[in-house]
Design a protein around this ligand. Structure first.
Ligand SMILES: C[S@@+](CC[C@H](N)C(=O)[O-])C[C@H]1O[C@@H](n2cnc3c(N)ncnc32)[C@H](O)[C@@H]1O
Length: 197
């Protein structure tokens, strides 16, 4: 059976990763690092809940996602909260962006990229879109998780390092969980990576 696209899944509301609250890993890192308000790209932003949290905390946010349905929902959410967020429907690997972000956040986008070659392209493009000293905060499915019938794609720490380290210094790569209301959340890697200059 052909795998459904993200657009089809958003249209059918089959989006188990979607949440009503920002992920606590994002909140913790913004508070603990701490990260001051800056320009941020929420990469694979889905329906925009993390973009909205960032905008409410004075970040200047661009949210980008492949799925026009997800982006329409994100725009609706932001407008109902009177927030000014630039939401774009595009494929990051093809998109032409201004490329002047201080922070790239992705919750579950990087790990969706299928081949290692495309993952390498993705990491290189994240770096190209960051200002000097810019950070990439990435939440990635963790290959140490138990096998799940429904769950995110996963990567090992070794795979992440292989793909990311040519372009980033890894400041931390911590084993944790995707945050949300779920009782048995999938394991995640939470990576904080700084662009190499
Ligand atoms: C697991 S979902 C997470 C969505 C959102 N970050 C969240 O936390 O709810 C992964 C998202 O990445 C998007 N995505 C996957 N590949 C992408 C690409 N090449 N360019 C832009 N978005 C992409 C999908 O459409 C999907 O919304």
């Amino acid at each position: 059976m052909k795998e459904r696209t993200f657009e089809q899944r958003y249209q059918e509301n089959d989006i188990p990763w979607d949440r009503d609250h920002a992920d606590y890993n994002l909140i913790n890192i913004v508070e603990d690092v701490p990260l001051d308000p800056c320009t941020v790209l929420d990469l694979g932003c889905g329906t925009g809940i993390n973009s909205i949290w960032l905008a409410k905390h004075d970040f200047k946010v661009t949210g980008l996602d492949l799925s026009p349905t997800a982006i329409a929902k994100a725009k609706e959410r932001a407008s109902s909260e009177h927030l000014d967020i630039d939401f774009l429907a595009d494929d990051f690997l093809q998109a032409e962006l201004a490329g002047d972000f201080d922070l790239v956040f992705d919750r579950g986008c990087f790990h969706c990229i299928d081949s290692e070659d495309d993952k390498i392209k993705f990491a290189k493009k994240v770096a190209a879109n960051l200002n000097n000293d810019g950070l990439w905060l990435s939440m990635i499915g963790n290959a140490d998780d138990v096998a799940r019938e429904v769950g995110p794609p996963t990567m090992s720490a070794a795979e992440i390092c292989r793909v990311v380290e040519p372009h980033f210094t890894i400041l931390s790569l911590t084993a944790g969980y995707f945050g949300g209301e779920q009782s048995d959340p999938p394991k995640a890697w939470i990576g904080v990576m700084k662009k190499r200059c």
